[in-house]
Ligand binder design. Sequence first.
Ligand code: SAH
Length: 361
Amino acid sequence: MTSPLADIIRAEIREAGPMPVSRFMALALGHPKHGYYITRDPLGTDFTTSPEISQMFGELIGAWAADCWAKLGAPSPFALAELGPGRGTLMADALRATKAVPGFASAAQICLVETSPVLRRTQHETLRPVLEQGGYHRPRWLDSTATLPDMPLIVIANEFIDALPIRQFIATDDGWRERCVVEFQGNLVFTAAPAPLPDISILPEAAHTAPPGAIAEICPAGTAITADIARRLKARGGAALFIDYGYGRSQPGDTLQAMHEGAYVPVLEAPGTADITAHVDFEALAASAAPAAAIHGPATQGQFLLALGIAQRAAMLAQHATPGQAKAIEAALSRLTHADAMGTLFKVMAVTSHGLTPAGL
Ligand code: SAH
């Protein structure tokens, strides 16, 4: 199997030499013409996220945001930002839950950080009714966090960091080398860069003593975003919530994965047609945000949602449901919180201005 983007990548490798994994991932997801997120809405076909499983997820996060806002002294205006909002479902459910909070709707400047034109359109459609009903201002769409307004800030990011390009390194007998992609007999394959990495201090400490063959990962785009947000939180006050699959502590290992139509596929097989992600290293994110801001968690998604009252919310919804709906609510609750589904692999971490203790963490 191949793809138009694979041809473009082969041409670039012929021209410029081995392509770092980070460049490969950035092209596969974000190439302006053939990038995976640029050309399609993958939610529900290639993968399903928590807000798409149940309205309870976005509702509880809305309540979490309103609680942070109250603890900040109800600033007006404030920026309510979501990074990578997908179909807009989480934000719509959150805004439905917060529309009764006095002053919240008129104070909120909604900012959606989204690069995909396809998903921007879907977000627009999903949000339109709730914005009108709730008396919210029209949202602004931003290309990156760099242009977030300079005001108190509440940020939500669900399954956003996992989509940012990672760099990979492989331990060899004579040191660490960047993991790259080259062409071999017409196929794209992994290889190690010709020269060893001059400075291994960029690698997680846990990887320094790993044996030859080990792989280590860093996510410079992710840590740059958390560092930038932490600086903004320090300057203007606020909170940011990061939810993603990954590790509480840095550890070596290859977590690059590709998904197409709900199944894992080889990462290099047909770039642009599969979702490529990596597990999130929450220890590295926390280190980039501290000491500008306070870190809370990470907790598991199960712990966090149960602490916010998801079981009670499910019971309440079930009271007014048909038996079929009640079964679906129970199934969603279990999928979001159970260890053998999304409850444990997914972690939740908040970064806040000092002195703010967010709910659930
Ligand atoms: N948060 C949503 C969607 C997760 S999928 C949910 O939980 O359902 C990842 C989202 O991040 C998509 O909306 C994708 O278009 C967006 N995205 C990926 N890379 C991005 C980048 N570099 N900048 C902004 N948005 C990005």
